[in-house]
Design a protein around this ligand. Structure first.
Ligand code: AP5
Ligand code: MG
Length: 216
């Protein structure tokens, strides 16, 4: 059976960083709903234009749009063995839709690592983040600096700060997370898939804890 793992956690906790490491280790696809939206914004698609109006305010993109985008992504051949989902689902409606979609593949969500950290840690991580223009590689000015300031080590493209990483938008994103995504903690706890992981450690320590959490 294909392996589907959902990384749950607040903005800036390190979902993208850990999803990439886990996907490489397990040879699974990495699906980040935020990266899919940013790719559409970069390519100026209709979906991108629609999503941008919500993302720039720190609000969630409507469920139907988000669910259709992820459904399309899950049907690509690299998801046959499964995927690490990062940033999706984010509402109870999305979680129910994901269960239905995976049932179509005879699959289900196997494990939901819930990565946590204090608000102070989240703000510190988001405010120091630099993202690469070409492929979305992520750096941090203190914790993971690029070799050359402003340039991606991996593809040489320019590094930029995300529009939604401004302090006031981050406050909205955290508020939206508490209101709309926190209910998923109980949803996955009650079906026995939730495993808590302390995100306030080094990338390597979180990654080790995450690997053992998903083996349980
Ligand atoms: P999305 O892109 O998913 O953003 P997010 O959930 O707010 O999370 P981030 O990407 O900001 O943080 P992260 O947890 O991935 O942390 P990262 O690894 O980068 O969503 C953006 C927007 O798109 C949403 O607001 C919404 O509008 C829309 N959207 C997306 N999905 C949606 C959905 N399902 N439904 C509706 N709308 C949706 O790390 C952060 C920084 O910390 C980096 O600089 C990194 O280098 C550093 N770092 C990471 N780990 C560590 C560590 N252990 N120690 C030190 N530094 C670390
Ligand atoms: Mg991310």
């Amino acid at each position: 059976m294909a392996t589907f793992i959902v990384l749950l956690g607040p903005p800036g906790v390190g979902k993208g960083t850990q999803a990439k490491i886990l996907a490489d280790a397990k040879k699974l696809a990495h699906i980040s709903s935020g990266d899919l939206f940013r790719e559409n914004i970069k390519n100026q698609t209709e979906l991108g234009k629609h999503a941008k109006s919500f993302i720039d305010k720190g609000e969630l993109v409507p469920d139907d749009v988000t669910i259709n985008m992820v459904r399309e992504r899950l049907h690509r051949p690299d998801c046959e063995e499964g995927a690490i989902l990062d940033g999706f689902p984010r509402t109870p409606t999305q979680a129910a839709a994901l269960d239905k979609m995976l049932a179509e593949f005879n699959g289900r969500v196997q494990s939901v690592p819930y990565i946590t950290a204090t608000k102070q840690v989240l703000v510190e991580r988001i405010s120091g983040r630099w993202t690469c223009r070409q492929s979305g590689h992520v750096y941090h000015q203190m914790f993971n600096p690029p070799k050359q300031a402003g340039v991606c080590d991996l593809d040489g493209s320019e590094l930029y700060q995300r529009e939604d990483d401004k302090a006031e938008t981050v406050a909205t994103r955290i508020h939206v997370y508490l209101e709309q995504t926190i209910p998923l903690v109980e949803y996955y706890r009650s079906n026995g898939t939730l495993v808590e992981v302390n995100g306030a450690q080094t990338v390597e320590q979180v990654s080790m804890d995450l690997c053992s959490a998903v083996k349980k």
